[in-house]
Design a protein around this ligand. Structure first.
Ligand code: ADP
Ligand code: MG
Length: 387
């Protein structure tokens, strides 16, 4: 197969910040882009050559995207796999609808991870009061209940610490109109993630694992390389690649994991696309996750990632906009700023990110504090970074 050449057009399903960064990297390589997104001013649309303005369930628009594209990628997973299947019939869509189907459905995802021989937290399917109580008896408390599809940034999930939490949840959610999964709460030491690229030829390359700190269920910081022992870093990469191989991923697979105090790793979630915890690669690695994804779907040889310097990526949310603007003119040269061009700075909305490149992690964290954009690390967060 001859791979796509510069000048040819890549279609992107979704115009969010991930699409934007894929496109910015791909334009350097000489590709042209057409984006399908309902919004005229979406971050990805702003940097595309063409825009198909429509909802993701608009079949005519999907066909139009196919006719304009030599190859199509998706940049988020909450799209209907049948629609992606329709695109697959018409044009090259190397990521495929199968991977999407599995990773957008927590139960299918967990089953696939287990089939790959990789551990997940004990879990059970829950779609009735009886099943919920049975699951709690088997799994025990504390536990986390999650909707099987559609959740992100902690939306669609509840932590049950006591029986009262369960009763309270049942009072407010008695309709059982959707399926849930109940998971054992893992008292993790830290959360780490690995972004794996796998190409159409089966070649695999992974980025260095990152340690992730969440605030209000939204990623706050990613630190790479992960502050864990070398054996844990190697094990994390091994498990992530094992899953990517089993799923026959083409493109990227982001693998989120919990590191338990006993040293075991459990896989939490997968994403078949660039991941927020891989944004550090944009400035700190050759190649970035976005370039590597394009190389993987196009069929170019993958590049073994080089991490130039240690990196701390911090998300800029809607509520950080003013403080970020205030510091913007005085950012030191080792801090790279990215702003996605979203029009409305809502609380909790990812507006941009900054990456600190440093040879000394404590100094890098101190530099972040001096910017005064976000409150400094709490003692618990410090512990998660350094322990
Ligand atoms: N089983 C669990 N044990 C402990 N913490 C959990 C568990 N599941 C989720 N969490 C916490 O909630 C966060 C969000 O959950 P996740 O499954 O990754 O959903 P989302 O799709 O919202 O990212 C995780 O990053 C972790 O901090
Ligand atoms: Mg997650």
């Amino acid at each position: 197969m001859r791979s796509l050449l510069p000048g040819q057009t890549i279609g992107v399903l979704g115009g969010g910040q991930l699409g934007r960064m894929i496109i910015l990297e791909g334009r350097k390589m000489g590709y042209r882009f057409v984006t399908l997104d309902p919004s005229e001013d979406a971050p990805g649309v702003q940097v595309s050559d063409h825009h198909v303005k429509a909802n993701f369930n608009d079949l005519d628009a999907v066909d139009q995207l196919a006719s304009l594209s030599d190859l199509i990628v998706y940049e988020f997973e909450n799209i209907d796999p049948t629609l992606v299947g329709r695109l697959e019939q018409q044009t090259a869509l190397p990521q495929g609808s199968k991977l999407l189907e599995v990773t957008r459905h927590r139960l299918m995802e967990k089953a696939a991870i287990e089939e790959a021989g990789v551990p997940v937290a004990p879990y059970a399917k829950v779609s009735s009061t009886d099943e919920l109580h049975q699951a709690i008896r088997t799994i025990g408390l504390p536990a986390v209940l999650k909707t099987v599809t559609g959740g992100y940034d902690g939306k669609g999930q509840w932590i049950f610490r006591t029986e009262e939490d369960v009763t309270e949840w049942e009072k407010q959610n008695d309709a059982w109109s959707q399926i849930y999964v109940l998971e054992k709460f893992i008292p993790f030491l830290k959360e780490i993630s690995v972004v794996v690229a796998r190409s159409v030829t089966g070649e695999i390359q992974s980025f260095p694992p990152a340690v992730n700190i969440h605030r209000n269920h939204i990623l706050h910081l990613s630190i790479a390389p992960a502050t864990v022992e070398d054996v844990i870093r190697k094990q994390a990469v091994k498990l992530a690649e094992q899953v990517a191989d089993h799923l026959e991923v083409v493109g990227l697979l982001a693998v989120e994991m919990f590191l338990h105090a006993d040293g075991h790793l459990y896989i939490n979630e997968l994403a078949p696309r660039p991941h927020n915890s891989g944004h550090y690669t944009y400035d700190a690695c050759n190649p970035s996750q976005f370039e590597q994804m394009l190389r993987a779907v196009i069929g170019l040889p993958l590049v073994k990632p080089t991490l130039y310097r240690s990196a701390i990526m911090m998300n800029l949310l809607g509520e950080h906009k003013e403080a970020f603007y205030h510091s913007f003119h005085q950012l030191p040269s080792n801090i790279k700023a990215h702003w996605y061009g979203k029009n409305e700075a809502k609380t909790g909305r990812k507006m941009g990110h900054i990456t600190v490149l440093t040879d000394d992690l404590s100094q890098g964290l101190a530099q972040l504090d001096q910017l005064n954009i976000c409150p400094p690390l709490t003692p618990a967060e410090e512990k998660a970074v350094w322990t």
